[in-house]
Design a protein around this ligand. Structure first.
Ligand code: ADP
Ligand code: MG
Length: 327
């Protein structure tokens, strides 16, 4: 392709919200063999909502939610719109805050038809507890001190690494949620398991069609996620992805890319989060999707600004059309 053709293609892409960083990236996309998708925020909408709360400790549900929400919020700096104050930038953190807020503001657990977005910042900040020593643990959850005691909010790995026993009743409840494509969030306080929450994040509407389209183009789709195996497999099944790598820590996502690159294959990665950045950088073609985290956008070759998975196909098509004549 001539420099002019590359320039034209770059412009056509930009008109569709497909931003490509340079001619090399544009050229590589035509040869993609494998495409690795992050789950949360990439295949799903990243708009998680809490569907279930289960307190196992006899603790009052309001106290439980106060603890969990306090752990998920960056207490030191609550901006005007608390929706953006989730401590870990994680969609799960935001879902928990919305839900707990609803409980405290309206005095009852939200039913699915309630609008959890109705909220008042003043009321919200009145019941949050002070936290100390906060840390977000990518791929696991969050931990901090509340009233001098350690609270852990996250997945099984986080809870068991800290030596907290998960009761059998909670475990079977979790498995049930996971088989239904929900993510279970476990909570431990002061060394005891105190309860769990179930979160669901709807698939992007176009996900299944795009996966089918990629297969027809001869490209093999894979899903990689930090989420647990059962949830991951349930989600993958709904959209037609057969190859899943779950319970992968952020650094491990880049290793998955390298595994597929081993035989000289050209590998694309599509992701949105900070935890996808190493994989976006390792891929031959990295595509940051959506509002995306700045770090993800920096690591990627493409930015798909419309947050629509169809643009993955648009990007590959554009490359194929631009370079087909010289192949
Ligand atoms: P993904 O790869 O799907 O984007 P992550 O690596 O971000 O997933 O997270 C993996 C898992 O860690 C989540 O499914 C969740 O169980 C747990 N987790 C991560 N961040 C949080 C958080 N802020 N609150 C609760 N759980 C979290
Ligand atoms: Mg993600």
């Amino acid at each position: 392709a001539t420099p002019t053709a590359v320039m034209v293609a770059t412009g056509v892409g930009a008109n569709h919200g497909v931003l490509v960083k340079g001619g090399d990236a544009l050229e590589r996309a035509q040869n993609v063999n494998y495409i690795i998708f992050d789950k949360t925020g990439t295949l799903t909408q990243g708009k998680a909502t809490v569907t279930t709360t289960k307190v196992f400790s006899g603790m009052d549900v309001g106290d439980f939610l106060t603890l969990v929400a306090s752990a998920e919020v960056r207490q030191q700096n609550i901006p005007k719109d608390f929706a953006y104050s989730a401590s870990s930038e994680h969609p799960l953190a935001k879902a928990i805050l919305d839900y707990a807020f609803h409980f405290h503001f309206f005095g009852k657990l939200p039913s699915s038809k309630d609008d959890v977005k109705k909220r008042k910042e003043d009321a919200f900040s009145q019941w949050l507890l002070e936290v100390a020593d906060f840390s977000a643990l990518p791929g696991k959850g969050v931990q901090c001190l509340i009233n001098g005691k350690m609270i852990l909010v996250g997945n099984r790995a986080l809870i068991s690494e800290n030596g907290v026993n998960i009761p059998e009743e909670a475990e079977s409840f979790l498995v049930d949620m996971e088989l239904n494509a929900k993510t279970g969030i476990l909570v431990a306080y002061d060394g005891n398991f105190i309860g769990l929450m179930g979160v669901t994040d709807p698939l992007k509407r176009e996900a299944a069609v795009v996966i089918e389209g990629l297969k027809k183009m001869g490209i093999y789709p894979v899903m990689v996620t930090g989420d647990n195996w059962r949830t991951a497999l349930a989600v993958a099944k709904e959209i037609g992805i057969e190859d899943v790598r779950a319970e992968v820590m952020p650094a491990g996502k880049a290793d998955v890319i390298r595994i597929f690159q081993k035989d000289g294959s050209v590998v694309a990665m599509v992701g949105d989060g900070i935890n996808d950045s190493p994989a976006l950088a390792a891929a031959d073609v990295g595509m940051a999707i959506g509002a995306g985290t700045d770090i993800a956008i920096e690591a990627a070759d493409y930015v798909l600004v419309r947050n629509n998975l169809e643009d993955v196909i648009t990007a590959i098509d554009l490359s194929r059309k631009t370079f087909s004549r010289i192949r």
